[in-house]
Design a protein around this ligand. Structure first.
Ligand SMILES: Nc1ncnc2c1ncn2[C@@H]1O[C@H](COP(=O)(O)OP(=O)(O)OP(=O)(O)O)[C@@H](O)[C@H]1O
Length: 238
């Protein structure tokens, strides 16, 4: 299984080119952070990877990718359903029995420090808990490619840090993970990082975009190889 992105470029009708000549690949067990200023096209790139958006130029080749998971910036759920229900659902949809599904679901809830919320309705979860629930559900759906869009945007620094470390562990579970992020911890939890600002056409003026100070040290290189031990330090392997 692999994801190959070849000479990709995109612009929406009537707007500037967001990025161009973007080439990279992601394999199972790898995590790739997609960074860059707000508005540079991170979410758009994720949509292209998911096949929801057709790129203006270039191509995405998904070889052997049967299931794509997506964790959005904003958590969503059914207000009256419990946290456990949300995590169990993808397993029941695959035909697992409720009892077995609950064992897996509790593992995933534990991974994101959500065990205590298992029987709480979605409407009673905090923003951070709800976002972690989305990650737990994504783990249970066992995708080949997991797209995670700004997973820590709603979380406090401490929680965000633990989420980032667990994201690193996801790669160890055998799926390819692509994470759009502004967060330093999240970026460092990934094995590689791409700065989309490096793929903006030179005439594009990004001065009006929000400069993420966390990226200042990465802009010098297109692809930054990050310390792989950051991925393995958590001790929370399942
Ligand atoms: N369907 C669309 N039609 C026209 N323009 C769009 C469309 N979707 C997104 N855009 C524009 O494309 C640009 C990139 O948007 P995108 O959401 O991909 O950026 P981003 O890097 O993910 O931003 P953020 O970090 O703020 O989430 C923005 O200027 C946005 O307004």
């Amino acid at each position: 299984m692999f994801v190959n992105v070849e000479d990709l470029g995109h612009r929406f009708a009537g707007t500037d080119i967001l990025f161009e000549h973007l080439t990279f690949s992601v394999e199972p067990g790898q995590t790739l952070a997609v960074c860059g200023p707000s508005g540079c096209g991170k979410s758009t790139l994720m949509s292209i990877l998911a096949g929801w958006q057709v790129p203006t130029t270039g191509a995405v080749h998904l070889e052997g990718v049967g299931r794509i998971g997506w964790v959005f910036q904003n958590p969503y759920g059914v207000a009256q359903r419990t946290a456990l229900d949300h995590v169990v659902l993808p397993l029941l949809a695959k035909g697992e029995r409720r009892r077995q599904a609950e064992i897996c679901a509790y593992d995933a809830l534990r991974l994101f420090d959500l065990e205590a919320t298992a029987m709480r309705p979605f409407s009673a979860l905090s923003g951070g808990e709800a976002q972690r629930l989305m990650l737990a559900r994504a783990v249970c759906s066992r995708p080949d490619l997991l797209l995670v869009d700004e997973p820590t945007a709603q979380l406090d620094t401490r929680t965000a840090h633990s989420i980032s470390r667990v994201l690193g562990n996801l790669a160890g579970q055998g799926m390819a993970v692509v994470v759009a992020t502004h967060d330093t911890d999240t970026r460092e939890a990934c094995q590689r990082a791409i700065d989309l600002a490096d793929y903006a056409p030179s005439e594009t003026n990004h001065s009006n975009l929000v400069p993420p100070e966390v990226l200042d040290d990465t802009r010098k290189e297109t692809v930054v190889e990050l310390a792989s031990n950051a991925v393995n330090e958590t001790g929370r392997q399942r």
